[in-house]
Structures are given as C-alpha cells and as structure tokens.
Design a protein around this ligand. Structure first.
Ligand SMILES: Nc1ncnc2c1ncn2[C@@H]1O[C@H](COP(=O)(O)OP(=O)(O)OP(=O)(O)O)[C@@H](O)[C@H]1O
Ligand SMILES: [Mg+2]
Length: 361
C-alpha cells in the first residue's frame, strides 16, 4: 500500500492490489502475519497498529477512544487476537446498556438470594474473563458507584459476588472503550480521574473517518467487494462521482455508516455496473453537504426573472434553493453558500413563507 497523502481524490483512488486478497489487509504492509478484517492506509492507523503490536502481549490496561463507528471494538478484538491471551476468553460488557444495579451483577455476579429475583447464583463477567480479556465498552456511561467498584477490582484483582462473602481472585486484562470525551466527563464530575489513569495506561485514539480521507475509498472498496460476494451481486467499482461524494461527506457515523451505505448501494446498483451516486442513500442534508447534485435534474436551473432588480433576483434565487431542498432552510443555506442565520434574515426580509415551516421553526 502506498502512503500517498494528497487531497486530490484521484490520488486517493485505489490501486488494483491495495487490498491484497480481501480477507483483511493486516498483512505484510503492517508487519502482521494475520488476516484480520481491518483495512487502512492512513499513517494514524498505522501508528496505532505499531503501538498495539508493542503492547498487546503485556497485561497493560488499554483505553480506546474515538467517535461512534470508528472501529473501537474492532481494534479491541485485534489486541486480544494478537495477545498471549488469544485462546482465552474475550468477554464484552456494554456499560451503557444496563442500569447500575444490573450492571454490577453482570460484572461481579451474585449469590443466590442476593436480591429479590436472584434465584440462582450467577457468575459475573469478571469471572468469565479470567485469564482472558474483559472489554468494557461505553465506559464513559458507567455510573460513579460502579466506577469505584471497578477501580477496586483493578487494584486488587479480587472482588465479591453481590451478596457473597468469599473473595474471588481473577487475572483479567482490561480494554475499555468510549466515544465520550473522558476529560470532559471528569470535569463534569461524571468520571473518576483515578479510574481514568488506571485504564489509560495505554491510550489509543482512533481518528474519525473525515480526518483520514485516504481511507475512505479503500474501506468503501473493501465493503463493495465483501457485499458483492455476499449478495452475489457483480459490481464493477465506484463511479468517480460516487467516490467524490464519499470523500466530501462528513461521515458522522464513520465506518459503520460507510459500511451500511455501501451494502445498500451494492444491493440496488445495476448488475455488472459501476456504483453510481443514484445508488447512494444519504440523508438529503448529508447528500447536499457532500456536494451531491439534485438527482431530479442534471444541473440546477437558475431562476428566470424578467428583471435585473437585484432584490427580486435574490428573492427568486432563494425560493429556487428552497424548492430544491424541499424547503429545509439549513440545506437551502448550504446550497446558497450563506449561513442559516443569513438565510433566515433574508427570508423574513423578502417575506417568503411556506406551510411546512410551522414545524421547522
Ligand atoms: N478500518 C476498518 N476496516 C474495515 N472495517 C472497519 C474498520 N473500522 C471499523 N470497521 C467496521 O465498522 C463497523 C463499526 O466498527 P466498531 O463496532 O468497531 O466501531 P465502534 O467504534 O466500536 O463504534 P461504537 O462507538 O458505535 O460502538 C464494524 O462493522 C467494523 O467491523
Ligand atoms: Mg463499539
């Protein structure tokens, strides 16, 4: 894989053999001997992989941070995969999914009769993960009292089941992940700073997709091939316009969003054809924001006015932009290349109204 860094999307276009055999690119390029479904050509990810190689075999706790869909869980799995605990359990807990009391029983287990409804003794995730890895996902959403308990386990490597009086010792490696800014959570009093330091022995910060644009065509291609195979749909590749749209999109849902969009695109694309912008479904706002064209026309027609009165021309242009964007002011503002505030001001000035706006305003 070449490491060309260039903003022009032509350079970002894939070379035929960039993806190797598509079972994953963690091959020779990254000095890995494994196949793992992680694709990247960005120097930032390469740096992360180098770090992982160094620390995977140790027992150091690892904190993975990054926006939603950036691959935190994928990276956590990779760490386990190449660690000396690879053949031991990899146990995942979603700390955001459960209310505080259930999360504690989930983590530490409980003895029979520990609380109403505890009909049987239950083994918690810490015990299940013994000798292996415990992946604490969405750690930023964990309640403060549970944080205190986790901290104690990390310090002592032992704990009690809920309602139990026997200490249980475990050897567990912790990988935690969050899409929250933990420093902010610490400032807000929602996260314990001592737990942060305990978890943050190794820190991995995965940059969002929009900050590693060189990965966009590569990962899109990875998923195109994957879904073409799975859905038995032959597609030739992406049309240039589609790649441009991808490059300019902000990807708030990061790789998960790209994956979903490509899956659907492969499904609807013409058999044996290139994947065209028409096959891409982004929300209207995102589509325009990424520079997509209104598909009902090949180009926007500029409004025809029988006057050169600047104010009249301005009003007609605004109305046209609003029509194109289905009267969504934010989108129209983007099209007009002015701020939503400025547009709102002009709409009031020109006394433009639309029945939909009652709910928009
Ligand atoms: N570099 C990559 N190459 C290929 N696939 C990737 C890559 N990064 C992430 N993915 C895929 O994108 C999807 C989202 O990744 P993952 O679940 O690891 O994200 P996350 O950061 O844990 O998201 P969330 O914060 O929402 O839990 C998964 O299907 C994952 O396999
Ligand atoms: Mg996740």
């Amino acid at each position: 894989m070449k490491e060309e860094k260039n903003d022009s999307f032509d350079v970002l276009r894939l070379k035929a053999d960039d993806l190797g055999d598509m079972t994953g690119t963690l091959g020779k390029n990254f000095g890995f001997d494994y196949h793992y479904p992680l694709v990247s050509r960005s120097p930032e990810i390469k740096e992360i992989l180098t770090l992982i190689k160094k620390v995977a075999k140790s027992n150091a706790s690892i904190l993975i941070q990054g926006e939603t869909g950036t691959g935190k869980e994928l990276i956590a799995g990779l760490i386990q995969f190449i660690s000396s605990r690879a053949d031991k359990p990899f146990v995942k807990v979603n700390c955001a999914a459960l209310p505080e009391n259930l999360l504690e029983s989930e983590l530490f287990g409980h003895e029979k009769g520990a609380f109403t409804g505890a009909y049987q003794t239950r083994i918690g995730k810490f015990e299940l993960a013994n000798n292996g890895t415990l992946f604490l996902d969405e750690i930023g959403d964990m309640h403060l009292s549970t944080q205190a308990k986790i901290l104690r386990v990390l310090q002592d490597q032992e704990f009690y089941r809920l309602g139990g009086n026997r200490t249980i010792s475990v050897d567990v490696r912790i990988i935690a992940a969050t899409n929250k800014d933990l420093w902010r959570e610490i400032e807000l009093g929602n996260f314990r700073v001592d737990l942060f330091y305990r978890l943050n022995v190794v820190n991995i910060n995965i940059p969002p997709l929009r900050k590693r644009k060189e990965d966009i065509p590569l990962i899109a291609e990875f998923f195109r091939r994957k879904f073409s195979k799975e859905l038995r749909k032959n597609t030739k590749g992406f049309a240039d316009e589609t790649i441009k749209l991808f490059i300019n999109h902000r990807w708030p849902g990061n790789i998960r969003e790209l994956k979903n969009i490509v899956e659907r695109a492969v499904l609807v694309a013409g058999e044996g054809k290139y994947v065209e912008p028409d096959d891409i479904v982004m929300s209207g706002k995102d589509y325009f924001a990424a520079g997509g064209k209104d598909r009902r026309k090949t180009e926007f027609e500029t409004p025809v006015t029988n006057t050169l009165d600047l104010m009249e021309v301005e009003k007609a242009t605004i109305v046209k932009a609003l029509e194109i964007t289905k009267w969504v002011q934010k989108d129209a503002a983007k099209l007009l290349n002015i701020s939503p505030r400025a547009l709102n001001y002009k709409i009031k000035y020109h006394q433009i109204t639309h029945p939909n706006w009652k709910k928009n305003i």
